[in-house]
Design a protein around this ligand. Structure first.
Ligand SMILES: Cc1cc2nc3c(=O)[nH]c(=O)nc-3n(C[C@H](O)[C@H](O)[C@H](O)COP(=O)(O)OP(=O)(O)OC[C@H]3O[C@@H](n4cnc5c(N)ncnc54)[C@H](O)[C@@H]3O)c2cc1C
Length: 459
């Protein structure tokens, strides 16, 4: 027997639950399917648990620095990893339970727990249940890539998901991948007390950023004692005694690194390979991302794809924004588009990096005339007062239109401060609006108008 609904949502990540709320409130009968943990990646193995652990790591770091502030810290730092994990589990668990209860008590919404697979463009199977709907929304997210690297089968490795079970201090954590996930775990475990080596294939960390951002981040993590190995072109693994040997083959440094634990942080892939998409006729690109249009519709009318699985974003806020776009188009007669949004994200090392819009390098490739402003955090009063002067802020504006094209704030509070710039970008207002605004003293934000008053032509 087939259970028929107005809409089926596959996955309870960052788009599905909000969309279920909107659709049921509009009077639709909705089925939502989850195969594992309610709330998906962000809640269970991504943003929430990692930022909770980043907070524990920050506490350890500040205890080590206590004397800088004239404060005694007794016998030093004692990180209890079982308690760090318990705190993380409590915060993440509360969020997961909240999503689960929300879904299970939502009027007009039926929850199915199991793996969903398409049977046709209008039918989905979950275990023994057959569901049908005229509208199907795919919010299946992604998972860590396990790369093809020589000898990987000989050693045990961790991913961002299995890292969530770590309740001990790895003696020496080797991390392959010098981008967001690798850097956040790297600094965190260094602060907990592990020796940490980050191995990156490319010539610099976090390569999508400008070179000055990459090198400032390298300086920040190296200052804390993290060993960074760049240009690791031929990575391979073997076991020697109880140790994991990572062959690095870089241009500089020892050819091998020996560690006790290995974390793979080399990217993510969409959960689209086991969804039966071929039975629905839904197209994917060569990396498995579902191909969508500007309103997130797939090539099959009546099927949409939201969140990480569509390759149009890789963040919680992009997934949530996807759900707003779909709901606006379907329910509000409001033609919102993916292309309306401005790229924005943060890297949660300490100090954090807040980013909005284009990088300086991207602006250069457009060939337009631009102005750039830059200020080190050593010249930001609030940063000096807090004793957190690493990093810098940078902003690029269009010389003709005076609109802000992009900004990077690598410094204390950077993840929050970036929003004042982002909002002016959304308003498409000239940078002079923010330059003339009176900001609060003492804050990091108060120096943004000052920086805008010192713009130079982008060479
Ligand atoms: C370590 C780490 C840290 C991160 N930190 C941040 C951060 O600080 N800020 C940020 O914005 N983003 C962060 N992200 C990214 C963020 O977690 C994701 O972009 C976000 O979760 C968006 O997910 P989504 O809605 O696409 O799907 P997900 O949250 O991945 O959810 C998909 C859900 O679908 C379910 N599912 C999959 N296939 C099926 C199926 N066939 N049947 C039924 N159910 C299925 C899954 O079980 C899962 O629950 C981080 C990611 C990682 C890995």
């Amino acid at each position: 027997m087939t259970n028929t609904y107005d809409a089926i949502i596959i996955g309870t990540g960052q788009a599905g639950p909000f969309l279920a709320q909107r659709l049921t409130t509009a009077g639709m009968k909705v089925a939502i399917i989850e195969r594992k943990l309610f709330g998906g990646t962000c809640v269970n193995t991504g943003c929430i648990p990692t930022k909770t652990m980043v907070a524990s790591a920050y506490a350890a770091h500040m205890i080590r620095r206590a004397a800088d502030f004239g404060v005694g810290a007794g016998s030093g730092v004692n990180v209890d990893m079982k308690r760090v994990k318990a705190r993380k589990d409590a915060v993440s668990g509360q969020s997961r339970a909240g999503v689960e209860a929300w879904m299970k008590t939502m009027p007009n919404c039926t929850v199915y727990e199991g793996h969903a697979r398409f049977e046709s463009p209008r039918e989905v199977r979950v275990g023994t249940e057959q569901l049908a709907a005229e509208r199907i929304f795919i919010n299946v997210g992604g998972r860590a890539v396990v790369p093809q690297m020589a000898g990987l089968e000989q050693v045990d490795y961790l991913t961002n998901s299995s890292m969530m079970n770590v309740d001990f201090l790895p003696k020496h954590l080797i991390i392959v991948g010098g981008s967001y996930v690798g850097l956040e775990f790297g600094q965190m475990f260094r602060r907990f007390g592990s020796e940490v080596t980050i191995i990156e294939m490319g010539g610099r960390l976090i390569q999508r950023e400008d070179e000055d951002v990459s090198s400032a981040i390298k300086e920040i993590v190296e200052r804390e004692g993290i060993n960074v190995r760049l240009n690791a072109t031929c990575i391979g693994f073997s076991k020697r005694g109880g140790e994991i040997m990572a062959r690095v083959d870089c241009t500089a440094g020892a050819p091998e690194v020996s560690g006790t634990h290995l974390l793979l942080a080399v990217g993510r892939r969409p959960n689209t390979d086991d969804l039966g998409l071929e039975k629905a006729g839904v197209s994917v690109d060569k990396r498995g991302y579902i191909v969508v249009d500007d309103q997130l519709g797939t090539n099959v009318p009546g099927i949409w794809a939201l969140g990480d699985c569509n390759g149009r974003g890789a963040f919680t806020h992009t997934s949530f924004n996807d759900s707003e776009i779909v709901a606006a188009n379907l329910l509000d007669n409001d033609a919102r588009r993916v292309s309306d949004r401005i790229i924005a994200y943060a890297l949660y090392i300490d100090p954090p990096l807040g980013r909005a819009g284009l990088t300086e390098a991207e602006v250069r490739t457009t060939g337009r005339s631009a102005l750039v402003g830059k200020r080190p955090m050593t010249r930001v009063g609030r940063a000096v007062e807090k004793g957190e002067t690493q990093g810098f802020m940078k902003i690029v504006v269009d010389a003709q239109t005076r609109e802000i094209l992009g900004a990077a704030i690598l410094g204390t509070g950077g993840d929050e401060v970036i929003h004042s710039i982002l909002d002016v970008m959304y308003a498409r207002a000239p940078y002079t609006v923010i330059q003339r605004a009176m900001h609060i003293h003492p804050t990091v934000s108060e120096l943004i108008p000052t920086m805008l008053g010192e713009l130079q032509a982008l060479p």
